[in-house]
Design a protein around this ligand. Structure first.
Ligand code: 6GU
Length: 237
């Protein structure tokens, strides 16, 4: 039973897109996960294949019709489908690594991508969708957000990453930014690699990396740093 993603979109040709190459692409070909993109327009109810209409109350843009979206969802989700139904929208809760881990641990996801000004709120409520955003900026549609969510989940599936990378994931996905990385040459354009990394003292290296991680988190992401302090200083969340 592979992890299965179904995407409802007006632009099915955007999938798997970049997830067809590299790590995710290999996992896709190996059957570790599957990606089915379904065209919402195929479920339009009239001969003009209308999927949207003007917003009640006026204003710019178009809103996707609840009847068309509901029909598309019904066709995409077999009875008893255990996968969460996610609507990608900048109005949603922020995606974070904890939600990614939860989704990756489940059976897969069904994702609705909105275009235009969004989707009629009634079908979002009627279907009990989880509304998810990937950050505080506006994309022209949910598709790139869906691809981002998928990439984040797929790399956590068993057999996608090597054991070494998985272990790193465990220790550093717990709400801190990563320490800086260096490779050869040991000196480049007059810039030396931090001496401790060349020392061979594993405990010293670990201590330096922990300090680096803390310093960069405190400086760049005071929000994460504060949360770490409240959670109890370095404990994995
Ligand atoms: Cl999920 N959708 C759109 N259209 N814009 C976004 C987003 C989602 N998350 C951040 N910006």
């Amino acid at each position: 039973m592979s992890w299965s993603a179904t995407v409802l979109t007006l632009f099915p040709q955007m999938f798997p897109g970049p997830l067809g190459v590299s790590l995710a692409g290999r996992a896709l070909r190996e059957g570790i996960w599957s990606c089915e993109a379904r065209d919402i327009r195929a479920h339009a109810l009239d001969r003009h294949r209308t999927v949207d209409d003007t917003p009640f109350g006026g204003g710019a843009g178009m809103v996707m019709r609840p009847d068309v979206v509901d029909t598309a969802i019904a066709a995409a989700m077999p009875a008893g489908d255990a996968r969460p139904l996610i609507y990608l929208t900048p109005r949603g809760r922020l995606l974070d690594q904890k939600l990614v881990q939860q989704l990756a641990a489940g059976a897969g996801v069904v994702m609705l991508c909105g275009r235009y000004e969004g989707v009629d709120q009634r079908v979002i409520e009627a279907r009990g969708m989880m509304e998810v955003s990937i950050g505080d900026y506006v994309l022209s549609g949910g598709e790139l957000a869906a691809l981002t969510l998928l990439d984040a989940c797929v790399r956590l599936l068993p057999g996608v990453m090597g054991a070494a990378e998985s272990a790193v994931e465990e220790s550093h996905s717990a709400g801190m930014l990563e320490y800086a990385q260096y490779t050869r040459p040991a000196e480049w354009q007059g810039r030396a690699v931090p001496q401790v990394l060349l020392s061979g003292h594993h405990a010293e290296v670990a201590r330096w990396r922990r300090q680096q991680s803390e310093a960069v988190t405190r400086e760049r992401r005071p929000d994460l740093w504060t949360r770490m302090q409240v959670a109890g200083g370095g404990a994995a969340a």
